[in-house]
Write a protein that binds this ligand. Structure first.
Ligand code: PSV
Ligand code: MN
Length: 411
């Protein structure tokens, strides 16, 4: 037998559970999108040093050009999240047109409320009204940008917190945060959303004002149907069961999106799936299971919210590549996410339900590990051929000569 794509695909299909509909899987893979972050194309550093890499982009336009390479080779990354003021330009309409000329659109807008000296003791929960007002002005500026570039999501992460016991009054901070978030919410347009990101540590190390999914979701539920929780994989304490958090948020209709990355120790920002690919699979397994439920509303359905509306899930990457070449690391991450999603799509859900009903935990677990261990790459290659992108995005990018060219141009 020749090892052609057709042969590989035939063998792959022959081994799939009967309950899996191949054309439906294709449709789901073809409509699946991942958003890459502008800041993931520059060189990240640690608090020790930033090692500059040859060919590094020098401005947002060059970052978009790099992002366009990821989209060109994977076919599934048409939008790029921006961080303000890191990506600030004088003419947002012009930047938006430039993005379209590359086949991209600008995605989530991330305000930066953590790098001004004023924010040493917080931003939206700061004791001083003047600092809170400054933070609010910055958020207004970000929403204006969203209006100009047509962005849907305001992705809000706050470094607010304290570093020592007694430093501030917890309940006062909670009140100020709730007031500020209500003001932010009131600024949103009809189709815009507020994604609230939580993090239990760093840069505040005693407490953070929004440490976990629970408080983020309390805020999101209190604010209303346009507010959601954002799950950054690196923002959990060790041993946290992230897929269960995902299930809870799905059941509340409050899963707004992800910041994908991977960690070994803390918020390491390693490429997604590099350390724990099973976790990524188990996360997608929860999403696919929720979407497969009767009445779940199909593509993008994230569960039933209080108002009965379905939440769209924004699949975003939040990585800052410190040592790997950024574009290649981004392609690796995108492909790892796509592969984890494909594996979740081929779980034998009928057999899984029967095993659960029979109380057979071995069989139930086997349903998951069978899908996780299955080689779904022929399905990915088929989807890529239908999209007109290379079978192997990483190899094709490496062959393209793009890095050599930008290394010269950006020297
Ligand atoms: C904070 O650690 C974070 O995850 C937030 O999403 C920021 O916007 C991003 O990283 C970049 O610093
Ligand atoms: Mn993040």
């Amino acid at each position: 037998m020749k090892f052609t794509h057709e042969n590989r695909l035939e063998m792959c299909l022959a081994g799939l559970p009967k309950s899996v509909d191949f054309e439906k899987v294709m449709e789901q893979l073809l409509t699946f999108h991942v958003e890459t972050p502008s800041w993931g194309y520059g060189t990240g550093g640690t608090r020790f040093h930033t090692m500059r890499k040859p060919g590094e982009p020098r401005c947002i336009k060059e970052k978009l050009a790099d992002a366009a390479q990821v989209h060109k080779h994977t076919g599934i990354t048409p939008t790029v999240a921006i961080h303000i003021p890191w990506d600030k330009v004088s003419d947002w309409g012009e930047l938006s047109s430039y993005a379209s000329s590359l086949g991209l659109a600008l995605g989530a807008v991330n305000p930066n409320l953590f790098q001004e000296d004023d924010y040493l003791k917080g931003s939206l929960s700061h004791r001083e009204a003047a600092v809170r007002a400054r933070a609010m002005d910055h958020i207004k500026e970000c929403i204006d940008i969203m209006n100009t570039v047509g962005s849907r999501d305001l992705s809000l992460w706050l470094a607010d917190g304290t570093n020592y016991p007694g430093q501030d009054n917890f309940r006062d901070r909670l009140r100020r945060m709730a007031d500020s978030l209500a003001q932010v919410y009131a600024l949103l347009g009809e189709r815009q959303r507020l994604l609230i990101e939580y993090k239990p540590f760093e840069p505040a190390f005693y407490h953070t004002d929004i440490p976990d999914w629970g408080l983020a979701t309390l805020y999101a539920e209190g604010l209303g149907p346009k507010a959601f929780t954002l799950v950054d994989l690196g923002h959990h304490l060790h041993g946290t069961n992230i897929e269960y958090i995902v299930a809870i948020l799905l059941s509340r209709g409050k899963l707004g999106g992800f910041h994908f990355n991977n960690r070994k120790y803390a918020d390491d920002d390693l490429t997604t799936g590099s350390i724990n690919p099973y976790e990524v699979f188990l996360i997608f397994n929860e999403i696919v299971a929720a979407q497969a439920e009767p009445g779940a509303g199909g593509e993008g359905a994230g569960g039933e919210g209080a108002g009965g509306e379905k939440a769209e899930i924004a699949y975003m990457i939040d990585q800052s590549h410190y040592i790997k070449p950024s574009i290649e690391a981004m392609i690796q991450s995108v492909v790892n996410i796509q592969r984890a999603y494909a594996k979740a799509l081929i779980v034998d859900r009928e057999r899984l339900e029967e095993a659960r009903e029979a109380g057979d935990m071995i069989e139930a677990e086997e349903c998951l590990t069978a899908a996780f261990n299955y080689d779904v790459d022929p399905l990915l290659v088929e989807a890529r051929r239908r999209m007109g992108v290379p079978d192997n995005p990483l190899a094709a990018f490496r062959r393209s000569g793009y890095m050599k060219q930008v290394e010269k141009e950006r020297a």
